[in-house]
Design a protein around this ligand. Structure first.
Ligand code: FES
Length: 151
C-alpha cells in the first residue's frame, strides 16, 4: 500500500481497486483495510453521488488520523479528528464534480479541483462551488481501530 504524507495535490486522480492509496495530511504513514470484495470506484469528476458513495466497511488505526486534521482514503472516505477521540467519516468524493478531496485542515476538508470546503464535523459546504454536503458515515473506535460503516 502506498502512502503519501502531504503529497502534491493532483486533481482528477483515478484509482485502481488493487492499488489503494492513502493520503495523510499529517503524521506518520499508516494502514487501512477495506472490508469486503469491492468498493465503489469511479473515475474522477463524476457527479453521480450515488455511484461514487463508498459501500463497504473500512478499518484503519485511529492513530492514522491526526488530531486537528484528518486522513483521506482515496476513492472511499475522509476521516477527521477535530478533537482528540472525536472521529467523523465522510465520502472522499467531492459533491461538486466528483474529484477527490485532498486536504484536511483544522476546520475544513478541501477539494483541490475548484476549492470547495466542507465542515470536518458535518460535511456541510463551508464554501462552494459545491452545494451538497459530503455524505457522512458512521465511524466507531474499538481498541485503537476505527471502523467506518459503508452503505
Ligand atoms: S469537484 Fe470539488 S470543488 Fe469542483
Amino acid at each position: 500500500m502506498e502512502t503519501r504524507p502531504n503529497g502534491p495535490e493532483t486533481a482528477g486522480t483515478t484509482a485502481h481497486p488493487n492499488r489503494r492509496r492513502v493520503m495523510r495530511t499529517a503524521g506518520a504513514a499508516g494502514t487501512v483495510a477495506v472490508i469486503g470484495s469491492s468498493v465503489a470506484f469511479t473515475s474522477a469528476c463524476s457527479s453521480d453521488e450515488e455511484e461514487s458513495a463508498p459501500t463497504k466497511d473500512a478499518n484503519l488505526p485511529s492513530s492514522d488520523v491526526p488530531v486537528g486534521s484528518g486522513t483521506v482514503i482515496e476513492d472511499t472516505y475522509v476521516v477527521t479528528q477535530p478533537k482528540e477521540g472525536e472521529f467523523f467519516a465522510f465520502s472522499s468524493v467531492c459533491t461538486h464534480q466528483g474529484c477527490q478531496v485532498k486536504r484536511v485542515t483544522e476546520e475544513a476538508i478541501i477539494c483541490p479541483c475548484h476549492s470547495s470546503n466542507f465542515s470536518v464535523t458535518t460535511g456541510e459546504v463551508l464554501s462552494g462551488p459545491a452545494e451538497e454536503p459530503l455524505p457522512q458515515y458512521e465511524v466507531t473506535e474499538t481498541g485503537g481501530t476505527l471502523t467506518i460503516k459503508g452503505r
